[in-house]
Design a protein around this ligand. Structure first.
Ligand code: PMT
Length: 404
């Protein structure tokens, strides 16, 4: 898959730069022709000679040294590259790339590149979660750059958390996917729901839940990348919708139901990752509730949107989610039958590090033909890809539901 491909390996000034040597070895072993390009700070960690020796090619480093290949070559190399892989990518280079700053060989090459770009971040504890980094990553992803989620574990500072460079094998796998985009959902119309719903108590308060929308947004982005027309119906979230999808913002379960039913008729695949509030207040107050007295709210169940869609959108393949905290297997089996869906994605949201708000998820896939597949813990983007691949495989193997 990488045989003969021209890859630029960008290396930045991170303690994880030594792992770029392993990435380079895996790339060349897979048959790629690799040109290494160093950021201004990378040489503090690993010298150009190492990369030059292992790649068998000159290294692009000092943009302003007239003797350096980088001074004249970086644009031509960017133009002939099949992909640029930046591993490790520091918070600094993510910020520069997001803002179009070109002040060294690597950032200049990134501006000149017209090929797919993949970035594998590595940084110390807390940095990955900083709002500035989050926004820069979102900007890059919106522009089509693939930014991998860092791994969790021990960090160079002695802290533990999210920020480790993903393993070289995972980086190469991601690069293969970037170079050969799957278009197996071309011609499909995918309806995805995401995020929480908000059920008003009064004009300033509401009942809701902890859904961030990440799972649903990753599904919508993956379906779009795989060629589908995508409608994303989303409750309120703090994340930007993926580019290319038709975005339908809603607030309450009633609004979500209306939007879902409006779009479900045209959909060939429906994926309901939203965490719909099961109850709403029976009579929300028109004015702010005052006072410090005991207060009883009368709740009434919200409509079960998933069950309604599964019963009415007979031509569509319907995927539901199950967020469980106990008796997971039994509750999931019961939900599969009760909702009438083709596939149920089950997550145990009592586990730390997965489910609500987390970057990762760990799910089991239960289908209505008796199939069961457990997936390992992965970043939600990868879980999304795996769910969609499973849907494609099931649809190919199983007859469609038809109206009687
Ligand atoms: O958004 P994130 O922070 O990334 O978190 C992801 C997630 C935990 C929200 C997601 O992985 C998930 O589990 N989504 C479903 C949450 C949920 O509401 O589960 P449930 O078991 O209560 O509902 C089962 C299914 O019925 C879901 O597909 C839900 O969308 C649907 N439902 C539920 C109630 C209702 N009134 N109408 C519905 O359509």
């Amino acid at each position: 898959m990488l045989d003969g491909r021209e890859i630029v390996l960008g290396v930045t000034g991170s303690i994880a730069a030594y792992k770029a040597v392993l990435v380079l070895r895996e790339l060349t072993a897979a048959g790629a022709r690799v040109t290494v390009c160093l950021s201004g700070n990378a040489r503090h960690f690993v010298g150009p000679l190492t990369f030059r020796t292992l790649s068998g090619r000159p290294v692009l480093d000092d943009l302003f040294d007239p003797q350096s290949d980088a001074a004249v070559e970086h644009v031509a190399i960017a133009e002939r590259a099949h992909a640029v892989l930046v591993a490790p990518a520091t918070a600094n280079v993510l910020a520069k790339a997001a803002h179009g700053i070109a002040d060294d060989a690597l950032t200049t090459l990134l501006l000149a590149a017209r090929c797919p770009v993949l970035m594998a971040p590595a940084m110390d504890g807390g940095m990955w979660d900083h709002p500035a980094v989050t926004e820069n990553v979102a900007t890059l992803r919106r522009r089509g750059v693939t930014v991998l989620e860092p791994d969790s574990g021990a960090l160079a500072s002695g802290l533990s958390g999210k920020g480790r460079l993903p393993e070289p094998a995972a980086i190469l796998e991601a690069l293969r996917r970037v170079l050969t985009p799957v278009r197996d959902l071309a011609g499909e119309r995918v309806l995805v729901t995401a995020g929480p719903t908000r059920e008003p108590i009064d004009p300033v308060r509401y009942i809701s839940n902890r859904s961030s929308g990440k799972m649903g947004y990753r599904l919508a982005a993956a379906a779009f990348r795989r060629g589908a027309e995508v409608v994303l119906v989303s409750g309120p979230t703090a994340i930007a919708p993926p580019s290319g999808v038709t975005f339908v913002p809603v607030e309450t379960a009633e609004e979500m139901r209306e939007a879902v039913l409006r779009h479900a008729g045209a959909a060939t695949i429906v994926v309901k990752a939203a965490a719909v509030a099961d109850y709403r207040t029976k009579a929300p107050s028109a004015t702010k509730i005052k006072g410090k007295h005991d207060l009883t709210l009368e709740l009434t169940p919200n409509p079960d949107i998933l069950r309604e869609v599964a019963a009415t959108a007979r031509g569509a393949f319907v995927v539901g989610f199950a967020a469980e905290t106990h008796d997971v297997a039994a509750n999931a089996q019961a939900k599969l039958a009760a909702k009438g869906v083709d596939l149920l994605v089950v997550n145990d949201v009592s586990q730390r590090g997965i489910g609500f708000e987390a970057e990762d998820n760990e799910v089991a896939l239960l289908d209505r033909w008796g199939g069961h597949r457990a997936l390992p813990r992965m970043p939600k983007a990868e879980v999304a890809e795996a769910i969609l691949s499973h849907v494609v495989a099931l649809r190919a193997a199983r007859p469609r539901r038809v109206s009687i």
